[in-house]
Design a protein. Structure first.
Length: 253
């Protein structure tokens, strides 16, 4: 209910289609338009949250979704039909977390039957996902850019994370270091992920080639150029060498 009410309230004032209206583009600067786009994309997500959670609740009430028992005989839970983890999705710090917590049942199918069977090819996996959604060019603009974003994040994980958050394995939160700088870096990662996703996702909702290009052109293709420059820079940065355990012991002695 909360998701539905928020969707109706926000969607009444923030529409993704505003991004292709000439008078809207001329009335607002790029920063304001981007902030409004992020709010519009949030409003768009909220209707999916509402529908999925209602369907999940109905399925659980019908007896579906039970995950069984643990080794000590306790119930594991009823998330077998869960299709979205709202909190985890909204606080995603990378594309991997983002994709794993949205449309979870479809994501699991794509991982099992496409990603794992194509030598872990992101291009093929996201191409299949685009085809699965339909043939609008906007779908392909979004899905075929996800591999680029994922590869950038992999470079960040390999080359930047060891410097700012040493010891973090990229998955287990318990390995994340404490302190002001790591927490700022975490918040910055969440903002960057949602900013990137909002920019790319707008083409999915706009559908046609003309609408997608108009929306991207309205931002001067700056994010695309930024991603390209960032990718090239990260490719140049050397990987920080990890000290071997033997070296550490010898130095300690």
């Amino acid at each position: 209910t909360v998701c539905l009410v928020l969707h109706l309230k926000l969607a009444a004032h923030f529409q993704i289609t505003d991004q292709i209206r000439p008078e809207y583009i001329s009335a607002y600067g790029p920063v304001v338009r981007f902030v409004r786009l992020m709010v519009a994309i949030l409003a768009y997500r909220l209707k999916y949250y509402f529908a999925w959670k209602v369907a999940e609740g109905a399925s659980v009430m019908a007896g579906f979704g039970f995950e069984g028992y643990s080794a000590d005989g306790k119930e594991i839970g009823w998330k077998g039909v869960e299709n979205v983890d709202i909190y985890s999705f909204e606080t995603s710090v990378n594309m991997q977390s983002f994709t794993r917590h949205w449309n979870k049942r479809t994501q699991g199918w794509l991982e099992r039957y496409t990603y794992n069977r194509t030598n872990r090819s992101l291009l093929i996996t996201y191409f299949v996902s685009a085809i699965w959604h339909g043939l609008y060019p906007g779908f392909f603009f979004m899905f075929m850019f996800f591999p680029v974003m994922t590869n950038i994040e992999r470079l960040v994980k390999a080359k930047i994370n060891p410097i700012i958050v040493p010891g973090y394995d990229g998955f287990n939160v318990s390995t994340y270091p404490k302190g002001v700088v790591p927490q700022i870096y975490w918040a910055f990662s969440v903002i960057c992920t949602m900013w990137s996703v909002s920019y790319v996702t707008q083409t999915f909702t706009l559908g046609t080639l003309e609408n997608s290009l108009t929306a991207l052109r309205g931002h001067g293709y700056v994010p695309h150029l930024f991603f390209l420059a960032l990718y090239l820079i990260l490719e140049i940065i050397p990987v920080k060498k990890q000290r071997k355990e033997g070296d550490r012991k010898s130095k300690a002695e």
